[in-house]
Design a protein around this ligand. Structure first.
Ligand SMILES: NC(=O)c1ccc[n+]([C@@H]2O[C@H](COP(=O)([O-])OP(=O)(O)OC[C@H]3O[C@@H](n4cnc5c(N)ncnc54)[C@H](OP(=O)(O)O)[C@@H]3O)[C@@H](O)[C@H]2O)c1
Length: 322
């Protein structure tokens, strides 16, 4: 476990939040959603601690960094007993939807082991609030025959089950944010659909895509940050799963067409040049239920969110060329 400190003074927006002065641990802080969340929490005046296995080369936020693998119980114990966080946002995860056998162990270790380690120690030290990040990929209908669609889905599903068990048996104050398909500036896995299509088109390369028929609930990253914060600030939702999605299904093909129009590219995306994945989940967020539970609803339209995302990636490419 290694600790470093980084600072950033470029914060602009101060959102309403009750985290000022609180110690908050964000796992997966170097990741796509984690980095947006840390930025926002730092603006609230919270004492933010971030952990991941690698410290990002360009540390942006005013936060205290810890380096370590959450699948390692001793490291989790040292981390939590040292920080004694008031709130934990657990975002660390091996995020990969492929059905490949090679993903079984990494997803088990980084997704399920990390959750069990974290919930165990957080319960022992009496952490006041824990928010886990579940996924739309978890199977919906749960019976003894239910089959998760990927190693990632299985690990996320089991993580949610552990969270419910910890709450029921040990009164662990944990809630699960079920995230839908998150997109926005700063997505680091450039193979994910939105950055892949934007960057391909900006480079005048043909994006190779599946049929594009899958319908997905897309949600902008800053809306997700708002939702995670709202969950952490709401009491009486421990043990519950709360959807953070847009409440609408939009096919992949439509998203690609919107992006193509925004980039103003003559390149034509190649739909059907890669196979559709088996057992894709089609699930839409229950936004009414979420609103009545935590008072959150998404604020960013798909067009607006994609526009900001295209602008961000265009800027990144310009900076790289300089
Ligand atoms: N993005 C989406 O559309 C989406 C949808 C549904 C749910 N979610 C969930 O939301 C969370 C955040 O997703 P994201 O898109 O921000 O993911 P991401 O960009 O891939 O970030 C994952 C983070 O977890 C860290 N990490 C992975 N394994 C770790 C380990 N064993 N120990 C410590 N840190 C570890 C990674 O850093 P290192 O590799 O350096 O350790 C990285 O900081 C995840 O739990 C994901 O399952 C995301």
């Amino acid at each position: 476990m290694v600790e470093t400190v980084s600072h950033n003074t470029s914060a602009k927006v101060i959102p309403t939040a009750q985290f000022s002065g609180q110690k908050i641990l964000v796992t997966g802080a170097s990741g796509f959603i984690g980095s947006h969340l840390c930025r926002r929490l730092s603006m609230c005046g919270a004492k933010v601690h971030g952990v991941s296995r690698k410290i990002p080369p360009k540390e942006e936020h005013c936060l205290r960094w810890w380096q370590g693998d959450l699948a390692d119980m001793q490291m989790v114990r040292n981390l939590l007993t040292t920080i004694k966080p008031d709130v934990i946002f657990h975002l660390a995860s091996h995020v990969a939807g492929s059905r490949s056998l090679e993903l079984v162990l990494p997803t088990f270790s980084s997704n399920l082991m990390s959750v069990v380690n974290l919930l165990t120690v957080a319960t022992e030290i009496g952490c006041k609030r824990i928010v886990l990040t579940g996924s739309l990929e978890e199977p919906d209908l749960c019976n003894s025959e239910t089959v998760p669609s990927s190693p990632y889905a299985a690990a996320k599903w089991a993580s949610s089950a552990y969270a419910r068990m910890f709450h029921a048996l040990y009164q662990t104050p944990v809630s699960i944010a079920r995230l839908f398909m998150v997109y926005g500036p700063g997505q680091q896995d450039l193979q994910k659909l939105v950055p892949y299509v934007i960057l391909s088109l900006l480079r005048k390369e043909v994006p190779k895509l599946s049929s594009g028929k899958r319908e997905v609930d897309w949600i902008y990253v800053e809306d997700v940050v708002d939702g995670l914060i709202a969950i952490a600030q709401t009491s009486n939702r421990e043990g519950c799963t709360i959807d953070l999605g847009s409440g609408s299904l939009v096919p992949v093909r439509t998203v690609v067409q919107i992006i193509t129009g925004m980039v103003d590219s003559e390149v034509v995306p190649a739909f059907g040049s890669t196979p559709d994945r088996p057992m894709e989940q089609v699930r839409v967020a229950d936004t009414e239920k979420t609103y009545s539970a935590i008072g959150w609803k998404p604020a960013t339209s798909l067009e607006k969110g994609l526009e900001s995302t295209v602008v961000w990636y265009r800027d990144q490419l310009r900076k790289q060329k300089k």
